[in-house]
Design a binder for this molecule. Sequence first.
Ligand SMILES: Nc1ncnc2c1ncn2[C@@H]1O[C@H](COP(=O)(O)OP(=O)(O)OP(=O)(O)O)[C@@H](O)[C@H]1O
Ligand SMILES: [Mg+2]
Length: 617
Amino acid sequence: MPSPRALPLPPTSFDGKMRDPMDNASARDDRRAPLLRRCVKIFRRQRRLFAGVALCMLVLGLLQLPGPILTMRVIDSVTSRGAPLSIGGISLMCAALLGALLSVRLISILQRFTLEKFKYRIIFSMQRALFSHALKLPAAHYLRQSHGYMMSRVNEDPYRLQGILADTIVSILGDVITLAIGVGFLFYVHWRMALVSVIVLPLLVVLFTRLRTSLKADFRRVQEQSAKVSRFLGESLSNVLTIKLLTLEALSRRQLAGNLSELIRQRFHILRRRMTYENLIAVLTGVVPIAILWYGAIEIVNGRLSVGAFIAFNGFLAYLYRPAEGIVIALLSMQGSIAAVERIFEILDTPPERYGPRAGGRPRWANGGTSPAIAFCEVSFRYPGKKAWVLRDVCFEAARGEMLAVSGPSGVGKTTLLSLIPRLVEQQRGMVLIDGVDHRQIHLLSLRRRVAVVSQETRLFSGSILENLRRADRQVTVESAREALRIAAADEFVDELPEGLATELGETGLNLSAGQRQRLLIARAILRDPAILILDEATASLDAELEATVLANLRAWQGQRTVIAVSHRPAIHEFAHRSLELRDGKVVPRVALDPRCQLEESPRSLLSSPRILPIVN
Ligand SMILES: Nc1ncnc2c1ncn2[C@@H]1O[C@H](COP(=O)(O)OP(=O)(O)OP(=O)(O)O)[C@@H](O)[C@H]1O
Ligand SMILES: [Mg+2]
């Protein structure tokens, strides 16, 4: 009877919907596009909110115009330079000024709300994109980077975008509008004085370009150091019991203080640099009003300028230098955000796991149930950056309905060998065949749905026991959960808990014993209804009697499923059909306990066997 799991993979696996998201052309184009264009592409999704903010800015800029103009008109009329105004006219102008003031406040509130909404929508969408990409990164990525470090990059870096969003793009937009209005009006009032006023602007540009590059590198260093602090905190707090037992409290405090003082040193380095340049800019822009005072006074004495126009000119001078200074300072703060954006894109550009079948096309399954469930064909593997091979030309196979025991000295590569099956790591040479198909040709999600792993790490999720079991499959009923718990010999202890299946587990299930956690994990794996069950020392924390019960139950439950169990304990060899040993990177057979499960062909012969059909397009 063919195994129910030997059927072709679900059609959704190959219908294109679950394609590797980074394989599409637009994602590849994105990686090549300049940073600014990529940012604009993200901001464009919130263009309505952005347009709202820009409109508010424009109106606010225009509402600043009446102030100096009306002031000039009133002063000139009372100093008898311009046409005289009646008391009614003056009152009307003051009422208009009051109206402008109130409108400015109202629109500022509207602008602030729209801006915050715009900002948070973008920040949250970046966090979502980063989290979703972080889940798609190959497991190998997490072998190199700590979780705390990744958490800082996913959680904190998007917040650094605020600099770009609020302090920069939006304030620059407002400043540019004010600057344009200011420059126009200055030239309208007195073009010669206006020329004197704008002469400092090119100097500001030079100062900015000098500082920009070095500041960006400084910001990047600060962000890297801040991620280091997060990593240290995450690691220390999750290992707090070990720290206590090893009495490492003082050392940990010193390490944190060292990390923090380095962070402070780097921040002050940036501050010193910024203060130097900002004060230079302030002096430059402060010199101009003095020059204008001198030049304007001479112009008034010579009768070429009215007092009202002079006051208005000085009023508009603020429209020139405040925004010009604002633009330079905002562009400088933007360097920090640009460094954060670069870090965000670094993660988004890291190629994810390959999801789809490599060569494209739909794999045809080997005929019926004759192919072994798992076959390793001359598989070699070494960890990235390491010279030594952990596995060398490993060949073995496991049939459907077989329980295979794997043993071997600690550190020989048993966990690594098992990690190859669900493609947590990928071999550099050779092939792993699942039901006769190269497993790289199977969609990753389909592959992982067929394989359940109970690893050496016994971490659960927070939530109730039932919720944890439902992580295997959301449709799990209370009855099926109970049955799985029975197989995993976990029913008794769960029943004894005051709230049974509804018992809340602390974070990562820490309020259970290691053996209880292991049994829950076995139950969860059973509920996935896998074709292949991998147990990596999954019963190591159980006493001999419980271990025997679990293994006997698994044999009874197994049916056509394949079970591979790594264990150092002798019990496993009593229950397994066959036992293999991993030694010096090679798999060698131990005594075969059940002759029925001896396989006729060696995996090497499988490579040229007609049972393995080619991939058809
Ligand atoms: N992420 C990694 N990066 C580099 N080398 C690794 C990594 N994980 C494991 N190794 C190395 O690979 C070898 C095999 O490790 P593996 O965890 O597969 O051993 P194991 O047989 O499962 O050991 P144990 O019985 O102690 O669980 C070891 O020498 C180990 O140092
Ligand atoms: Mg191991």
